[in-house]
Write a protein that binds this ligand. Sequence first.
Ligand SMILES: Cc1cc2nc3c(=O)[nH]c(=O)nc-3n(C[C@H](O)[C@H](O)[C@H](O)COP(=O)(O)O)c2cc1C
Length: 337
Amino acid sequence: MSILFSPITINDTTLKNRIVMAPMCMLKSDDEGFVKDFHLVHYGARAIGGVGLIILEATSVSKEGRISDLDLGIWSDEHIAGLKILCGVIQGQGAKAGIQIAHAGRKSMVKGIPLSCSNVIDDSRYATPKEMTQSDIDMVKEEFLNGVRRAASAGFDVIEIHGAHGYLINQFLSPITNKRTDQYGGSLENRARFLKEILESIRSIYKGTLCLRISATDYKEEGLKVLDYIELFKSVQNIDIISVSSGGVIDDLDLDVFEGYQVPLASTIKNATSIPVGAVGMINTPEFAESILKENKADLILLGRELIRSPNWSIKASYELGIESSINFAYKRAYLK
Ligand SMILES: Cc1cc2nc3c(=O)[nH]c(=O)nc-3n(C[C@H](O)[C@H](O)[C@H](O)COP(=O)(O)O)c2cc1C
């Protein structure tokens, strides 16, 4: 029996399988952050290709919070219409639709002075950030809340908060980037306050399926470690999925990456919490994906680059695993011997 192709219900969302498209910035929007034909075709193709849940790329809660000026945006009500169409395209082809809501903080490459918890520069590609005041913090919290409200009204099944890869929430969490001396800095409890306040305010308006993406390690002695996250998840229980990635606070790491290199992080977090966990990172074959689930190291398998290479990965995988696929009748003849 395949676990990869068995359904799973999380909160109010039932996925037809455990295959998730990881969020990946496509740099195909425009300076206003609107959905383009590219997005409809790109995400629609992966939905036809049998993915259970498609999580849209980092979609910015503010114009200043974009990673680049070609990111999707959700900072105004005008963004809802395009996102709603995209959502409908994905859902119409049998997948659930998710969206990653993000703020780049100091890793914004758009014109202007980026915001961060402290005025610690990342590297020469970025400007020195402005240390956020309490009113900046309140403003960004409100931006996340509005982003979630808009995503829900566009019809997304899953909303993911980008807490990973060294972007704003991760900047608050990590002692490498957070040098504050007020209630948002210092102890892990204080560094997590920004994230917790965002999640709490979201939960006051949104009861649907909420995912948090984290970088479970900074790969630095002085940075965040998976044990910090285990501590964090003792008090952060108002999320439905934890998507476990790593890195990004320090960009110039010479990391040894290999098949499933982040799976042990996902597995460690899964063992310590009761919240469903997604594993990601060079999980490219159906056999490997299946083994991660069978060994109970994760509940969901996220694929990034492999789904760029192979939009129909899920259909092919179902045949390779010997499952009489009901994924997409139209494509069946291409896979039958
Ligand atoms: C082109 C590209 C864009 C990405 N953009 C995002 C993003 O918007 N948000 C995010 O959390 N991760 C992003 N990632 C990271 C992926 O979600 C994923 O974690 C990473 O590629 C590792 O998985 P893989 O080995 O299956 O590709 C991006 C990766 C790639 C290759």
